[in-house]
Design a protein around this ligand. Structure first.
Ligand code: UD1
Length: 420
């Protein structure tokens, strides 16, 4: 199992080109199931979760032609099998995103349940209920969802009981080929959905229109046309590098993302004292000499503070001058990084879903264990400013979502080595 060796504290300076967004790529790849024509997708990040989704598409009977030079793939329908196996869905929860498209296009699917993961139980009841309202029936047997829609899916008016990114995506994908009009209310409006997935499908001939902050209207179409699409940049990668600069008194120019997409994060970074300049597709950030605390910070659905940056901000606030509180309101068990940050010298206590961070911590290098994707990113951020050497074990978690992470970190001044 690969490990990272980081020797800190590191002086951070330079520029970063963001990779394509993992969370935008996954539903777009699942959407290719809806097509008869070939689809070309560019700017896919070269990370494990994308590889898994491409393997899943191959197992369903699509050919996948990769062009490594520009990170693009051409996906073509061959002989379709509507079976998504446990071996592929178990490692990546987004595997459930093939269910809606398979049922919409092929009227049946056998899809493995994704199972739980370390950050919480992660059920799929909202996905199943919305697809049921569109006309899918299903049974769960031996860990698989046996789904069918013999007469095809039909449009409906549906209000999500709770905001879910994946369920909103599954519903939009299914409604795209359903008969008639669907209106979805209380949707997740992450830019990966409201901008990228919507633009991709509309370019191919879908009729998706956002009709309110959290409502979308999808008029079903008979077929989608051949399309080429380039995936948007990764806003979580952007936020992570902003934190790297902020925690280390560093200076970074981060290129490839419209800063308006992360205005919540930019406000918070300014609050802790970072100096930020925004350009059309870049952010220039300079970390403060003294990091200010944030009294109360709560994770929320977009356009609130993202749960996927909670761990990285916690590492940052450990170095702040004063006490901060972070409340995790999306996932019930997303504090696994806390014990590891404490090994570096952090003073954090947990009360239910709140982390009370004492601040003014001096980090000293230690041996650490990654537990999930974003928790691992927080450990890297902390190790960069810790005095001495840190070893971060199980970095396969990081490889699921950050492209060329150590190459990018090295380039901006991090003393990092991958040990295999
Ligand atoms: C997506 C993101 C993930 C991010 C999360 C929240 C992708 C591939 N992953 O995950 O990086 O952390 O959004 O922003 O885009 N829930 C249910 N029943 C369901 C579905 C969800 O109870 O059927 C609950 C979840 O347990 C969680 C909450 O709803 O507590 C939000 O989850 P959801 O928005 O669905 O997250 P994902 O789509 O899995």
């Amino acid at each position: 199992m690969d490990r990272f060796f980081i020797n800190g504290p590191c002086k951070i300076k330079g520029s970063i080109k963001l990779s394509g967004s993992k969370n935008a790529s996954l539903p777009i790849l699942a959407a290719t199931i809806l097509f008869d024509e070939p689809v070309e997708i560019k700017n896919l990040p070269n990370v494990k979760d994308i590889e898994t989704m491409l393997d899943l598409l191959k197992s369903l009977g699509f050919s996948v032609k990769k062009n490594k030079i520009n990170n693009s793939v051409i996906i073509k329908k061959k002989k379709i099998k509507t079976f998504a196996s446990y071996s592929l869905v178990k490692t990546m929860r987004a595997g459930i995103l093939v269910l809606g498209p398979l049922v919409a296009k092929y009227r049946k699917a056998i899809t493995s349940l994704p199972g739980g993961c370390l950050i919480g139980a992660r059920p799929v009841n909202i996905h199943l209920n919305v697809l049921k309202k569109l006309g899918m029936s299903h049974q769960i047997k031996k860990g698989y969802i046996y789904a069918n829609a013999k007469k095809g899916l039909k449009g409906s008016i549906i209000k999500f009981p709770q905001i879910s990114v994946g369920a909103t995506e599954n519903a939009i994908l299914a409604a795209t080929l359903a008969e008639g009009k669907t209106i979805l209310k209380n949707c997740a409006i992450e830019p990966e959905i409201k901008i990228d997935l919507t633009n991709f499908l509309n370019k191919a001939g879908a009729k998706i229109k956002w009709i309110g902050k959290r409502s979308v209207q999808v008029e079903g179409v008979k077929k989608l046309n051949r399309v080429i699409h380039s995936v948007m940049a990764d806003r979580i990668e952007c936020g992570t590098f902003c934190v790297v600069a902020a925690i280390s008194k560093g200076e970074l120019k981060i290129n490839g993302l419209n800063p308006k997409i992360i205005s919540t994060e930019i406000k918070l970074l300014k609050k802790i004292g970072a100096k930020i300049k925004t350009l059309d597709q870049s952010i220039i950030i300079k970390g403060p000499n003294k990091i200010k605390n944030i009294k109360f910070l709560q994770t929320k659905e977009y356009d609130g503070f993202p749960t996927d940056l909670q761990a990285q901000f916690m590492a940052l606030l450990c170095k702040a001058d004063g006490r901060s509180v972070i409340c995790e309101s999306i996932f019930e068990n997303r504090f696994m990084h806390v014990a590891e940050l404490k090994r570096l010298g952090a003073k954090i206590s947990i009360i239910k879903n709140k982390a009370i961070i004492k601040g003014n911590s001096n980090f000293e290098g230690a041996e650490l264990m990654s537990s999930d994707l974003r928790a691992s990113a927080a450990l890297v951020v902390a190790a960069i400013v810790a005095k001495g050497s840190s070893v971060i074990n199980r970095i396969y978690h990081l490889d699921r979502g950050y492209e060329n992470i150590e190459i990018k970190l090295k380039k901006i001044g991090v003393n990092i080595k991958r040990l295999s």
